[in-house]
Ligand binder design. Structure first.
Ligand code: ATP
Length: 230
């Protein structure tokens, strides 16, 4: 009998991809025995502001960096569907597309606890929860906690949280939510962008093979920030 494919979906702006993303993805893949972890870079994230600190590198650059970053991992792959679709990237549209491919097995949507706690402001959070299982990763400063603390109000009545706070079941579908404590790597894309703007080193925060390209990105340059400010 062949084992059902279990696909993880790791969405993000990846502006730029960093070692915090990659290590967390690897720990989730291992913990859930995922057949494949699909990195899905957003075309235009609906929730980012467009300020200097949020300056977004062109989608084709972010996509190329993600591809290069995962190239040597046999179970990591990249899906450019959000970039190919264009316009604002709504996760619910992405999950519809990927769940259609993995049916009857639901994919596992992977996100950090910071992103999970904001799910209420995303498009159709109720649909998100029934289209895919959700794996919530801890992210510094959070080390542990209960899912109940982060489940958005609008879907609180749709799920039953287990007593230990580490998992929850969807009442109307067969999907689950789980919390996984991953190694605490306090790395963020915004910190990397700030370091580049300030002319500081980002060595050992991003994969070495793409560090030069990331550092040279016009989008992250101090001059570019001045242009946006003007
Ligand atoms: P920014 O600092 O620009 O907001 P980011 O570092 O949060 O970016 P995203 O591409 O927005 O990166 O994140 C994609 C997903 O990865 C989100 O679900 C986020 O919670 C998760 N994530 C990012 N960095 C880490 C990390 N260091 N540890 C665990 N999860 C992370």
């Amino acid at each position: 009998m062949t084992r059902a494919l279990r696909i993880g979906i790791f969405g993000g702006t990846f502006n730029p991809i960093h070692l915090g993303h990659l290590r967390a993805a690897e720990e989730v893949r291992e913990a859930l025995s995922l057949t494949q972890m699909l990195f899905v870079p957003a075309a235009r994230p609906p929730h980012k502001t467009g300020s200097v600190a949020d300056a977004i590198a062109p989608a084709e650059d972010r996509l190329r960096w993600v591809r290069a970053a995962v190239a040597d991992h046999p179970a990591f792959a990249v899906d450019a569907l959000e970039i190919e679709r264009g316009g604002p990237s709504y996760s619910v549209d992405t999950l519809h597309q990927i769940a259609g491919r993995t049916a009857p097995e639901a994919p596992v949507f992977v996100l950090g606890c910071d992103a999970f706690s904001e799910l209420g402001s995303w498009r159709e959070p109720e649909a998100l929860l029934s289209l895919a299982h959700i794996l919530v990763m801890t992210r510094p400063p959070v080390r542990s906690g209960s899912l109940a603390d982060w489940i958005p109000k609008c879907v609180r009545d749709d799920v039953d949280v287990a007593e230990d706070g580490l998992s929850a079941r969807h009442r109307k579908s067969t999907t689950w939510i789980r919390l996984l404590a991953v190694s605490a790597l306090d790395i963020s894309s915004s910190d990397i962008r700030a370091r580049i703007r300030a002319g500081r080193s980002v060595r050992y925060l991003v994969p070495e093979s793409i560090r030069g390209e990331i550092e040279a990105s016009v989008a992250y340059a101090a001059e570019h920030a001045r242009c946006i400010d003007a």
